[in-house]
Design a protein around this ligand. Structure first.
Ligand SMILES: Nc1nc2[nH]c(O)nc2c(=O)[nH]1
Length: 452
């Protein structure tokens, strides 16, 4: 990595996700931010490059804390456009069971490209489908992450509770606990990087209470503790799920989570909608994080995450786009806009500000995945940045540049830097042939639903 110094000079506005002032811009050296400048201030040492950001709003790179990349192959699929979660899953499982490595590679490339273009520099993915031929699904995703130059926390998802044992997924989509744990260990040993500046990390992610056994939940928690990796699952997404837990385990969702050793600050949960006051208090006391996925929650009519109550109780909040069969876009700026408006309905305009929502999408999301080196603009943090120009028609006449990003609907970054390297320049991903990708991905999507 080059140690050259770059000054991103005099941005139109900066959102640092903290109280620091960087109105004169920032200096980057190698992979890190080394200096924050106030208006009119010059860098303390000579720089090799200057990027004039006077037309750009500068943000920390956004961090996506929930996705299912493979679902880009089943976006807006007519049979599931108008159904809630359980029938949606029942209809989609047999389609997803046909997934093969090449299609997963294309789907991951598409999802990550969309994310990157929306200003996202770190993403997670929750991949929980391993039908025959897909044993190395996560390895396929690792290659794509490296190709795109993003940071990723890939979660080794799993399903082990098939229909015959009272679960929701069909038998052909579930694996034995032994296979899941062996592969989880292999992936941690092979790919998980530790410490500051990590590019690739692995977490363990049994899918949801209705698709995994209690054994795999317990054993994943034990492995995560032993290996010091994070835990992720869907929880409290719908009332169907709550009913399932009561019937199957005799427990509400948070009691179930606690009973399997997951109520801790190692865990972050996707959705987190249906909690009572006592559960919110316990989640806060444990430091368990919640990834808010507003678009998916609206599309599946699942409900609304109680973000303010959770935050007040001490629960870290992040943002996620969720899988593309329930969003169906992988655009984190768009997601932030939806979060702003949805949450205002419950908590009012004074509390749910653009700054708060951008904090969820940056520093809050970083906390969910256990990182302190990304998600903020500050000296010593990784140089993961998104720059948005406000020169499109939609911004014309706007005044507050940070508010304009969300209120006027920014959806495409002009420049994105990950670890000191430009990955998006002039709104295009460096080295990516998007037209060819779309053409191959479309064919794979058509093949997946052919002759069902
Ligand atoms: N929104 C989603 N919820 C889920 N629960 C589950 O078990 N799988 C999913 C999913 O793919 N999306």
């Amino acid at each position: 990595m080059s140690d050259q110094r770059t000054w991103i000079k005099n941005p139109l506005a900066v959102f640092t996700a903290n109280a620091l002032d960087a109105s004169g811009g920032i200096v980057i050296q190698g992979q890190k931010i080394v200096e924050l400048l106030t208006a009119g201030q010059q860098p303390s040492q000579p720089v090799d490059h200057i990027f004039d950001a006077c037309e750009s709003v500068l943000l920390p790179g956004l961090i996506n804390t929930h996705h299912h990349f493979y679902q880009t192959l089943t976006r807006a699929w007519a049979p599931v456009v108008n159904v809630p979660l359980f029938p949606w899953l029942k209809k989609l499982y047999p389609v997803w069971a046909r997934l093969q490595p090449e299609a997963l590679g294309l789907a991951s490339r598409v999802a990550m490209s969309e994310l990157l273009l929306s200003g996202c520099t770190t993403t997670t993915d929750h991949h929980y489908l391993f039908p025959q031929g897909m044993e190395e699904a996560i390895d396929v995703q690792v290659d794509v992450v490296r190709e795109l130059g993003m940071r990723a926390l890939l979660t080794r998802g799993s399903m082990s509770l098939g229909e015959e044992q009272g679960g929701l997924p069909p038998e052909q989509t579930v694996q034995s606990g032994e296979v899941i744990l062996r592969d989880s260990q292999r992936l941690i040993d092979r790919y998980h990087q530790r410490g500051e500046g990590a590019w690739m990390q692995i977490a363990l992610a049994p899918c949801s209470p209705f698709s995994v056994t209690t054994d795999i939940m317990r054993e994943s928690a034990q492995m995560a503790q032993r290996e010091d990796v994070r835990l992720h699952t869907h929880l409290a997404e719908t009332l169907d799920e709550e009913q399932f837990c009561l019937k199957m385990f005799g427990l509400r969702t948070v009691d179930y989570l606690e009973s399997v050793g997951w109520l801790s600050d190692r865990t972050w949960l996707a959705h987190g909608i249906h909690f009572n006051d006592d559960e919110i208090r316990r989640l806060g006391a444990a430091g368990t994080g919640i990834c808010h996925c507003p678009v998916s929650n609206m599309r599946l009519a699942s409900g609304m995450c109680p973000t303010r109550d959770l935050e007040t109780a001490g629960v870290p909040i992040g943002l996620g786009v969720d899988g593309s069969a329930s969003n169906d876009a992988s655009n984190l700026m768009y997601e932030a806009r939806q979060a702003l408006y949805l949450q205002r309905l419950k908590y009012g305009a004074e509390y749910v500000t653009p700054e708060r929502v951008l904090r969820w999408a940056t520093r809050g999301s970083a906390k969910l995945i256990g990182r302190d080196d990304i998600g903020q603009i500050a000296v010593g943090k990784q140089a993961d940045l998104a720059l948005f120009k406000l020169d499109e028609l939609r911004f014309s006449g706007s005044h507050d540049p940070i508010a304009a990003l969300l209120l006027c609907g920014a959806e495409k970054a002009d420049r994105v830097m990950v670890g000191g390297k430009w990955r998006v320049i002039d709104g295009e991903i460096v080295g990516m042939d998007i037209k060819s990708l779309i053409s191959r991905h479309r064919k794979a999507a058509a093949a997946l639903i052919a002759n069902l």
